[in-house]
Design a protein around this ligand. Structure first.
Ligand code: DHB
Ligand code: MG
Length: 218
């Protein structure tokens, strides 16, 4: 089989964003404000990933969603907008300043009533969530060193047929760099190795943005 992938140029990526993501004025303003935070703005999800998340959440009829790593709220808005009528999103982050930005934009996007933002370490927050109120969808982002634990906790909290999306599974290519022993890279590799071998889930890894894995609980 010939190699069937495309290495995007910045121009081709812009084309993807222009034709593959309807960013409204609120998301554009949020992205612009996040950009002003400097280098950490890279933690915001890509617009085409956001469009994919809204579509996926809507297609699945998600009523209960979970997010680890709110940052300034772009991905939470994308999830919340895809939720069913009476749906809710629980999202967690450690950083109170980012959370303030996120909350402002939840209001502006008209999703504040469906979003429950929990301040604190994501792992502690989700360990306290009961499994008898299962989630339909979970987005794993936040602290990369916790990825293996996030993955296990999310599987526990998901209903059968529920979907996990894991962000940054390629880590800008660092997963392949044998010399890279950054704890965040090690933990990401561990979750990637675990997911593909995990009989509890169906798996697809996609080369979108910084790489995402979809794991559907059987
Ligand atoms: C980083 C974290 C993210 O979640 C992301 O999407 C991109 C970069 C980081 O920590 O550098
Ligand atoms: Mg990320």
């Amino acid at each position: 089989m010939p190699d069937k992938f495309i290495t995007l140029t910045p121009e081709l990526h812009s084309y993807v964003v222009e034709h593959g993501a309807r960013q409204d004025e609120v998301l554009r303003r949020l992205a612009a404000e996040t950009e002003e935070l400097g280098d950490i703005a890279i933690m915001q999800i890509a617009p085409e990933q956001g469009a994919f998340m809204t579509l996926l959440v809507r297609a699945m009829g998600v009523r209960r969603a979970l997010e680890l790593g709110t940052f300034t709220g772009y991905s939470a808005i994308c999830i919340a907008r895809g939720l069913a009528e009476d749906g809710t999103l629980v999202t967690c982050d450690l950083n109170g300043e980012w959370a303030q930005v996120a909350k402002r934009y939840f209001d502006e996007a008209g999703v504040a009533d469906r979003v429950d933002l929990r301040l604190g370490p994501a792992l502690e927050t989700i360990r306290e969530l009961p499994a008898d109120e299962p989630f339909d969808f979970a987005f794993i982002d936040a602290d990369k060193t916790e990825y293996p634990d996030y993955y296990e906790e999310c599987l526990r909290l998901l209903r059968p047929g529920g979907l996990i999306m894991v962000d940054n599974v390629l880590r800008s290519g660092q997963v392949l760099d044998a010399g890279n022993d950054d704890p965040r890279t090690l933990a990401t590799r561990e979750v990637n190795d675990r997911a593909i071998a995990d009989e509890r889930v169906d798996v697809a890894m996609l080369g979108v943005a910084d790489g995402i894995t979809l794991a559907l609980k059987r």
